[in-house]
Design a protein around this ligand. Structure first.
Ligand code: PA5
Length: 445
């Protein structure tokens, strides 16, 4: 079971931090459970692991099987919450080198439409080459520029390769059930579509069709993923510190109140990298508003101990670390003995890589804590879909609690609109004529 701990935290925050936070946590808990807080219309994710559309879930599994049988590649088009969760889960459970794996029976997965790099997109076309492929275009609003632009290219390529009718059975649209340009297109063209539920915002949508279809195509057991989330959902119903989300939210809140402004999420498994990215979006978009919120950052240890480690140890004292400990590796690799011992490394000969990693973890914990960096530890059961489902729900729930402790709406993201408006104006989108002239003047054009 997932567990949250801290290390010598009394050096940094009052020892009674839990008691102090309990009444506010109880209020936040009630808001999430009863749907009475700010942004409550976007809290359907709270019961999602059990209250989901079972008929659609079966369609997702069927679509995944079809893609596995008729495609060597799946292009997943989406950005932000319509992308990071799926990539995080696929990379963590299958590998960041998933596409390079030999004798793999499932299609390669390429994530596109998450930026505006022509070279990145062309590279995906080159990598797909003549292979059969399908496209899963994901956009809740159905109007986001980056995925819409990418989809034009990939739809065009599909229609050229398979004809309009052939392409039709290779396009899967995940979007709003009724609104938006993508939904209208899907209806007109007859593409199979999946729904991003109204009450679930982008960054809370990994356990909807948004994440589940690409994850299932990679061969991951989505029933087990949902089962893990459902178990954590039950745990999170507890209104006490038996609930690990309470402990995590209380620690973050106490540290924030004491002046820490950056939370660095760290992990010792490079496969977890895109889960770190998913977590950053979840917390950054949920808390960073009204001039408030911890800045979410991430590091991959031990690699980053050789770069960011210096700053963490001895730079400005503004950050605390939350270390995700994922348990034993799948493979036990023992360090070979070398009779000559030219590298002087025989003191670890016969020891496992996990043993050395764990000593690095302990050494880092001591060094960073002594250097003035508070450490929070999130321990999981290990690498499995069920355990990851638990971790996903845990972070989502703790994020909702944290947002309410901070007295912000954790479920909106008004700040992401500012750049979009400017971009539309500069691109000459109809309706933005006045802003265009004004912005160009500011840019000195
Ligand atoms: O969390 C969010 O709401 C955002 O990150 C969105 O997911 C992102 O902007 C993509 O939006 P959409 O799915 O509407 O294309």
């Amino acid at each position: 079971m997932l567990n949250v701990k801290s290390f010598q935290i009394e050096h940094f925050i009052p020892a009674n931090y839990q008691e102090a936070a309990a009444p506010r946590l109880a209020e936040a808990q009630e808001k999430l459970q009863k749907g009475t807080g700010l942004g409550h219309e976007f809290t359907d994710w709270v019961r999602l692991p059990v209250d989901y559309d079972k008929e659609e879930f079966a369609r997702i599994q069927a679509a995944a099987k079809k893609i596995q049988s008729d495609s060597k590649a799946l292009v997943v088009i989406g950005i932000g919450g319509s992308y990071l969760g799926a990539r995080g889960v696929v990379e963590y459970l299958c590998s960041p080198n998933y596409n390079q794996k030999k004798n793999k029976k499932t299609p390669n997965i390429y994530f596109c439409g998450n930026g505006l790099s022509a070279d990145a997109m062309q590279e995906v076309f080159d990598l797909i080459g003549d292979d059969d492929f399908s496209v899963n275009v994901i956009s809740k609003s159905g109007t986001t520029t980056e995925p819409a632009v990418a989809f034009r290219f990939f739809r065009d390529a599909l229609e050229k390769k398979y004809g309009k009718d052939g392409a039709k059975s290779r396009i899967y649209a995940t979007t709003d059930k009724a609104r938006g340009a993508l939904k209208s297109l899907a209806n007109e063209e007859g593409w199979e579509s999946f729904v991003v539920p109204d009450g679930v915002g982008g960054r809370y949508s990994v356990l909807t069709a948004v994440g589940l279809l690409p994850i299932a195509v990679a061969g991951i057991d989505i029933t087990e993923l949902m089962g893990g989330a459902a178990r954590m959902m039950e745990t999170c119903r507890t209104a006490s510190f038996e609930n690990p989300a309470w402990t995590y939210a209380a620690l973050r809140d106490a540290l924030y109140q004491k002046g820490w402004s950056i939370e660095v999420l760290a992990c010792y498994d490079p496969a977890f990298r895109f889960m770190l990215e998913w977590w950053k979006q979840l917390y950054g978009e949920s808390e960073g508003k009204d001039g408030k919120g911890l800045f979410p950052a991430s590091v991959e240890f031990t690699a980053d101990l050789h770069s960011m480690g210096q700053y963490i140890q001895a730079g400005r004292r503004i950050m605390f670390e939350t270390v995700v400990r994922l348990g034993a590796s799948e493979h036990e690799l023992l360090v070979p003995r070398d009779e000559v011992n030219g590298d002087g490394l025989n003191f670890v000969a016969g020891k496992s890589m996990d043993y050395i990693r764990d000593k690095a973890m302990e050494g880092t914990l001591l060094a960073h804590t002594e250097g003035g960096v508070p450490n929070v530890i999130v321990e999981t059961d290990g690498k499995s879909a069920g355990s990851l489902g638990q971790l996903i729900y845990f972070f989502e729930y703790a994020c909702g609690l944290s947002g309410y402790l901070l007295e912000v709406n954790p479920f909106d993201q008004p700040g992401v609109e500012a750049y979009k408006k400017n971009m539309f104006a500069l691109l000459g989108k109809p309706g933005y004529e006045a802003q265009k002239a004004e912005l160009e003047a500011k840019l000195g054009k």
